[in-house]
Design a protein around this ligand. Structure first.
Ligand code: PMP
Length: 362
């Protein structure tokens, strides 16, 4: 048993307790084979079954058709920032970027090392408080792809409706909201996400890529950095992060037991609404960073009247078993990350804490 905590960490973040118990139960002797899953060959049938099941469960949950490949890579979403332009952006080509926060900036900066980049819309002015309207996006048919960050983990904004590609291949960093709501995968040339928020432990990066987009890739890229290498070998070209993929497979099975991605989405919307409601009713004691229509259902960012009160709030939260409520080091303030595995009861407890703190310090 673990100490009673409310885990609002931004990533790595809460995993379902059920999954952790399952890992514990099978850790030393996996399914009676006399060894841990960590000690098995990635070329053996036992591991390969786990691996294949993770792929098919993700396909089922996200309704991914045969038009797309599902890959498990390493290097985090950060390596995708470079690997995508390496494969799909030649020196003389350009790609478009929708700038909605620090992670989109990083993606754009990496792409600049390989080809030309263009800002198709930006919310930087106004400190990334809002998501651009569809009408603000400037499309250019010359773009090799258009890159979007679906949820901005640090600023706490999210595309309520994901943008259209308008004929340009759409590439999405969904690191902090994958599997939190149903998206139409068929609209994306590529979706990528580090696993450590909604999918499992760090060390696994999920890539979902359209076959006709993959066919455009540059062949003159080192073997490990070519998507084709991993497609051909079902992500078993070299030793994959077997333990991480195993835990990811258990998280996907857990997600299936919750009913559907829509069921997870409803629960996420409720958990976030509870907290935003406390912010909105606090008569200005709490101020949300995100504009109302751009609010993230995954990362709820807010400020208190003074930095001192923010410190006192975080200190009290820690005393009461809340983890991870300090904002990202680059922006300060407070942030509650309410990913799939964060139970509704944690949101309710946070609301009680916020109301009480405001009453005593307002
Ligand atoms: N994109 C987003 C939206 C993120 O939230 C993060 C990590 N918090 C990253 C990219 C970087 O991911 P990684 O640490 O897996 O490289």
């Amino acid at each position: 048993r673990r100490a009673h905590t409310y885990n609002f960490n931004a990533g790595p973040s809460a995993l379902p307790t059920e999954v952790l118990e399952e890992v514990k139960e099978h850790l030393v002797d996996f399914q009676g084979h006399g060894l841990s899953i960590m000690e098995m060959s990635h070329r053996g049938k036992v591991y390969e079954d786990v691996h294949d099941r993770a792929i098919s469960d993700l396909r089922e949950l996200m309704q991914i058709s045969d038009e797309h490949e599902v890959l498990f890579l390493q290097g985090g979403a950060s390596l995708q920032f470079a690997m995508i332009p390496m494969n799909f952006l030649a020196k003389d080509q350009q790609a478009g970027f929708l700038l909605t926060g620090s992670w989109s900036e990083k993606a754009e900066e990496e792409a600049r090392r390989f080809g030309k980049t263009r800002i198709a819309a930006s919310a930087k002015e106004g400190n990334y408080q809002r998501i651009p309207n569809p009408g603000e996006i400037v499309y250019d048919a010359a773009d090799a792809y258009l890159h979007v960050t679906s949820n901005n983990t640090i600023y706490g904004t999210q595309w309520a409706t994901l943008p259209e590609g308008n004929g340009t291949p759409l590439v999405a960093d969904m690191s902090s909201d994958i599997l939190s709501r149903q998206v139409d995968v068929s609209k994306f040339a590529m979706i990528y996400a580090g696993a450590q928020k909604n999918l499992g432990p760090s060390g696994v990066t999920v890539v979902i890529a359209k076959k006709d987009f993959l066919a455009r890739a540059d062949r003159d890229v080192p073997t490990m950095l070519r998507y084709e290498t991993h497609v051909k070998s079902r992500s078993l070209y070299n030793t994959p992060p077997t333990f991480g993929i195993y835990v990811l497979s258990l998280v996907l099975q857990w997600a299936k037991r919750q009913g559907s991605v829509d069921a997870l989405a409803r629960n996420n919307a409720e958990k976030a609404a509870l907290i935003y409601d406390v912010i909105d009713r606090s008569e200005g004691f709490y101020r949300g960073h995100a504009a109302q229509d751009s609010r993230s259902l995954m990362n709820i960012t807010f400020r208190l009247p003074t930095p001192e009160l923010e410190k006192a709030f975080v200190a009290r939260s820690v005393q009461e078993g809340f983890l991870g409520l300090a904002g990202h080091r680059s922006v300060g303030g407070c942030r509650a990350s309410t990913y799939n595995a964060v139970p509704r009861a944690a949101s309710v407890a946070l609301c009680d804490l916020m109301r009480d703190f405001a009453q005593k310090n307002g």
